[in-house]
Design a protein around this ligand. Structure first.
Ligand SMILES: [Zn+2]
Length: 276
């Protein structure tokens, strides 16, 4: 009976969205079934861009919002995970590129969430929204809270620490918080922008400085062991999902080496890009 109600609910949601330029949920479009990573973290992103739902005592925090209109999959994914009754209290958009901020305004309108960005991130979001067109046309969100370097935001009993880490764009922020795995606490980190933009080589110095600073912060105890990269190919997300499905004893999303290797890789890739 319960299964039937969930299917019915999903059908109703799908039908309600059918006329609003809703992208088909298939592999070709990059659709990925949502899944749980930790007691309090879920993957609701697509094949190319990550979006995480973090559960707090007061609801959900969404980190990054995909390119519009693929952002429309996020509410469906929350329903599939049984999280549809939880209010989405906050949307944290790591930087102003459309693949991270494209759905922020849509989700903000749907849930009445507070949007958190850096001021430069918001400026870029407005520029990108202006340039967006056709089915990808999106509006910039209203920002409720501007990120300051080193600020801590308490949301529903969870402490989110923010760092401004420019380099990929001028307005990236990174995020430091604790997640739970079967009740045990682990330190997670989201690097808000992790490749050097070929269009802005002048940001290279800031990029290398940010990567070194993140490394230093992440090495302070308890050392970061959860790499919540904002693109899934950067943290072996799907391979780890499959490993987890196969029933390994330790949660594969917890890895001492994954995060620090990822930081080194981003620096090497950036150096290669500069040489080119
Ligand atoms: Zn970007």
């Amino acid at each position: 009976m319960k299964k039937f109600s969930v299917v019915l609910l999903l059908l109703v949601s799908v039908c309600a969205r059918a006329n609003e330029n809703f992208p088909e949920m298939n592999d070709k479009n990059g659709y990925v079934e949502p899944f749980q990573m930790f007691d309090d973290v879920y993957y609701v992103g697509d094949k190319w861009v990550s979006s995480y739902a973090v559960e707090t005592n007061t609801g959900l925090v969404i980190i990054d919002t995909l390119d519009f209109p693929y952002s429309k999959w996020i509410p469906i994914n929350l329903e599939k995970l049984g999280l549809e009754k939880k209010p989405v209290t906050h949307i944290l958009a790591t930087h102003g590129h459309s693949d991270h901020v494209g759905g922020a305004q849509y989700l903000q309108a749907e849930y009445g969430s507070k949007v958190v960005m850096t001021s430069k991130g918001h400026d870029l979001a407005k520029e990108q929204a202006e340039k967006s067109e056709g089915t990808n046309k999106f509006l910039p969100p209203n920002v409720d809270l501007i990120v300051k370097d080193g600020m801590t935001l308490e949301i529903g009993g969870k402490q989110f620490k923010f760092y401004i880490t420019p380099g990929h764009t001028e307005g990236d922020f990174s995020l430091d918080f604790m997640v739970q795995d079967s009740g045990a606490i682990h330190r997670a980190f989201v690097v808000g922008g992790h490749s050097l933009s070929a269009k802005k080589p002048e940001l290279a110095n800031q990029f290398f400085k940010s990567m070194d600073r993140i490394r230093e912060i992440a090495l302070k105890p308890p050392v970061v062991t959860v790499n919540l990269a904002n693109h899934p190919h950067k943290n072996d997300l799907f391979a780890n999902r499959d490993k987890r499905k196969s029933g390994v004893a330790v949660n594969p999303f917890i890895s001492k080496s994954n995060f620090f290797m990822f930081l080194e890789q981003q620096k090497s890739l950036a150096k290669e890009k500069l040489v080119k």
